[in-house]
Design a protein around this ligand. Structure first.
Ligand SMILES: Nc1nc2c(ncn2[C@@H]2O[C@H](COP(=O)(O)OP(=O)(O)OP(=O)(O)O)[C@@H](O)[C@H]2O)c(=O)[nH]1
Ligand SMILES: [Mg+2]
Length: 208
């Protein structure tokens, strides 16, 4: 799968933010990755840029800041790693401040072009996932659903799992993607989708 992909995207860390006033000035359209703690957001970003820039951990709650990765491809864009939500083992106040930071980002960030909503394929959309979908819809932010860790489910059950999760309302630009960064499955298809999506965003920007 990796060999079918084009040139590797050059990327670098542009900013690490714990509050809204630390968000960087505009550095192109932003593709943000959101989802419950431990679904594999940071792993997915590393898989897309094909170098381990984002920190990954088997302990949920690893990413606590919003991290902006600048990608030098086409006209330039940004991959944004959001802290995970819904992790019960953190203090309530800490969870609430993360949720507020994520909500501020989603509701006020003008450069946000697409919210990639990652969901563990074993669990499907839980209450917090539905909440995220509602926020995005309220703020007219396009969402693309990606199911992660599909290697944990036998292949023969993928389509029935997918059907059971695809009950409306499900906000997603195209059909949900099924990926496993552990195995490298689905990264190429998602990259192609993202390049097409970004071409449209850049074209719209040029039109003003
Ligand atoms: N089996 C399997 N494990 C995965 C996959 N993707 C990520 N993981 C593992 O899941 C764990 C969590 O991955 P992260 O990328 O840190 O998850 P995250 O969503 O960024 O987590 P937070 O930063 O805590 O919100 C790590 O142990 C990864 O190696 C996958 O596709 N398959
Ligand atoms: Mg992370």
């Amino acid at each position: 799968m990796g060999s079918a992909r084009g040139k590797r995207w050059e990327a670098s860390l542009a900013a690490t933010c714990f509050s809204r006033d630390q968000f960087p000035p505009s550095i192109g359209p932003e593709i943000a990755f959101a989802g419950r703690s431990n679904v594999g957001k940071s792993t997915f970003i590393n898989g897309l840029i094909r170098i381990p820039l984002a920190h990954v951990s088997s302990t949920p709650g690893k990413t606590r800041s919003i991290n902006f990765y600048r990608v030098y491809h086409g006209e330039g864009f940004c991959l944004v790693d959001l802290p995970g939500f819904g992790f019960a083992n953190r203090a309530r106040s800490e969870r609430e401040s993360w949720a507020k930071l994520i909500e501020k980002y989603i509701s006020r960030r003008e450069d946000l072009a697409l919210l990639v909503h990652l969901v563990d394929f074993r669990h499907g959309l839980l209450e917090n996932d539905r909440k995220l979908q509602e926020w995005a819809t309220e703020h007219s932010v396009p969402v693309q659903v990606v199911f992660t860790k599909i290697d944990k489910i036998p292949r023969g059950r993928w389509s029935s799992f997918l059907r059971s999760y695809s009950i409306p309302p499900l906000s997603t630009v195209t059909e949900p993607f099924l990926v496993s960064m552990e195995k490298g499955w689905g990264a190429g298809d998602f990259t192609l989708f993202l390049e097409t999506y970004l071409n449209r965003v850049w074209m719209d920007q040029r039109k003003g």
